[in-house]
Design a protein around this ligand. Sequence first.
Ligand code: SAM
Length: 266
Amino acid sequence: MREGPKPPRPAPRGPDRKVQRPQNPPLRIQTTTLWEYPSQHYGNAIQGDARYVGATPSYVIWNVIQRYTQKGDRVIDPMCGSGTTLDVAKDTGRVARGFDLSPYRPDIERADARELPIESGAAQLVFVDPPYGDHIDYSNEPDCIGKLSAYDPRYYEQMGKVLKECARVLAPGGVLAVYVCDFFEKKKGFAPVGLQLFATMASLLEPIDVVSVVRHHKTLQMGNYHRAAEEQNFFLRGFNYLFLARKPEGRRGEPAGRGRSAARRR
Ligand SMILES: C[S@@+](CC[C@H](N)C(=O)[O-])C[C@H]1O[C@@H](n2cnc3c(N)ncnc32)[C@H](O)[C@@H]1O
């Protein structure tokens, strides 16, 4: 069984920034490989769109930006969705470009993540939160990778192309961050999306680390989902992976930037 009914399409286009929300705790650099923050957004604003199904929690992007870039550095999001990466980059003084097959707002450029209109070596950071199966209806675009099931080998082939393109547009020493989740359907079983994408990523770049990001998904607050997981003996998805890898500098065995302190980058 899926974790829940098929979610609706993303909300109508255009950001809605009038949402009233409780005060969020201050942002901190996460120092272990287990990341948690209680809100999808930080501060008093909203990064990306709160109504967008499948939006990335903005503190994840904030943390990656703080660790691996400096002010003025170029950041690319090839599957930009509601634009969370663009908003976090703006907050932190980085220069970002966001692409999507189905742009949600005017500052997102229309492009296929497998063929980005960017020269090689242009970015210090590429952040990508791809579809990880066909459970969300992102758009009517036939080339949307979210039309491919996590059980279909074509999903991994197409995501391989996306990861290769991400590696191409990174500058030597630049970092690729991939935020993704595994998939489970009762009839079909477990689809280890994360481990398969990580293997591809590690064949293209030098792995830095693997982080587990605690999910605060709505279904995790629902008693009936927990009951079903217990009675039918399956697991709800409790975390997303954040895979981090670096493009080699050129000199073998000595990737760039590992010695630079996070403090200098802010
Ligand atoms: C999980 S969402 C990204 C969420 C985004 N990080 C945010 O915070 O809103 C995945 C996105 O990938 C896009 N997408 C799917 N296939 C694509 C492709 N071939 N090229 C570019 N974008 C694609 C979808 O349109 C969707 O917006």
